[in-house]
Design a binder for this molecule. Structure first.
Ligand SMILES: [Zn+2]
Length: 331
């Protein structure tokens, strides 16, 4: 065999071996993943009883309300009907945030950070009855480690009844480390303190958790990139947004010469790809930011999600908010 063909074989072997380097993922509850054959096997529906209301997307109130994660039902309950299932760390990582109080829609919740995945994502575990008392912020955790007991804690507008106990599970990215300053600057927040610092749900942008949980090994970056672009935005910035520094794999172009960014968003609000714009780029707005293109096939969904205004042409409330948070460290 020639050296050249053996090198070819070697590179082929390396390429085909790539999935072995992917991130190991376990199901985030004590439910047996092998027992899951259909969505109704793991999803806890809302009071509507519709299975899909427990999944990710515009699945609530006839498509008008978004659900940023999945709701996983218990497999066993005690004599009082309280779940016995545990919430488990989905991937290797570390504790990012612990909220032992019932003071918001998530109730008692835990956020983990997975810095060694193909892209550093967080996972979030909400409505817990109890957080594992030994957990400390920054503590490293192996996948499968119990982090709490499934429950129904929430201080949301409509309480979660015991018979609807579930683990609300999210996976995604953080918009900005400038979130606390942005939050404090909003007039409507004057009366309500930010109780969760950077781990407020507004600053965490989730993707469909089944893109990550469906298989025991996943390339997180590939899963994230599999989400299609629904609209694009161009922004002028003096400094590099911390989002780009945190997730350099999502950026392309010459960061050092960037006078702004062309950003592709998923329909639900996650920024997917950032292209640096130089000072002469025709796409660079004269100031601030502007909406560029919209995938017309996703127009209705974008309006429902408030990524677009009711007219379908202007920026919606959520897009405005996410862009302002993203720019909070880059003005
Ligand atoms: Zn939920």
């Amino acid at each position: 065999m020639s050296l050249r063909s053996s090198l070819c074989l070697l590179s082929y072997a390396l390429l085909t071996a790539l999935p072995l380097d992917a991130t190991d993922v376990v199901w985030p509850t004590t439910m047996d993943r092998a027992a899951i054959h259909a969505p109704q096997d793991y999803l806890q529906p809302t009071v509507s009883g519709k299975t899909e209301s427990g999944s990710f997307g515009m699945v609530r109130e006839d498509g008008r309300r978004f659900h940023e994660g999945i709701d996983i039902r218990p497999t066993s309950v005690n004599a009082d009907g309280e779940p016995l299932d545990l919430a488990l760390a989905a991937m290797d990582g570390q504790v990012a945030y612990l909220n032992p109080n019932i003071n918001g829609p998530y109730g008692k919740y835990v956020v983990l950070f997975h810095g060694s995945a193909e892209i550093p994502v967080y996972t979030l575990y909400a409505h817990l009855a109890k957080i594992e008392p030994s957990l400390r912020v920054a503590q490293p955790l192996r996948r499968g480690t119990p982090i709490g007991l499934m429950g129904h804690t929430s201080a949301g507008v409509s309480p979660i009844t015991k018979d609807r106990s579930h683990l609300h599970f999210e996976v995604g990215l953080m918009l900005s480390t400038g979130y606390k300053l942005w939050y404090a600057a909003q007039a409507e927040n004057k009366q309500s303190a930010n109780l969760h610092e950077l781990y407020n749900g507004q600053n965490l942008v989730g993707m469909d958790p089944m893109l990550v949980l469906a298989r025991p090994k996943v390339d997180l970056l590939a899963a994230l990139r599999s989400q299609p672009t629904a609209l694009t935005v161009a922004m002028r910035t003096n400094r590099t947004p911390d989002f780009v520094q945190r997730y350099p794999a999502l950026a392309r172009g010459d960061v050092t010469r960037a006078a702004g960014w062309y950003v592709e968003f998923a329909w639900h609000g996650m920024p997917l790809r950032w292209t640096a714009l130089d000072a002469h780029s025709p796409q660079l707005p004269s100031g601030g930011w502007r909406l560029m293109e919209v995938d017309q096939e996703k127009r209705a969904q974008l309006i429902q999600r408030k990524m677009l205004g009711a007219d379908g042409r202007s920026a919606g409330e959520l897009l405005r908010q996410n862009v302002e948070i993203l720019l909070s460290t880059a003005r």
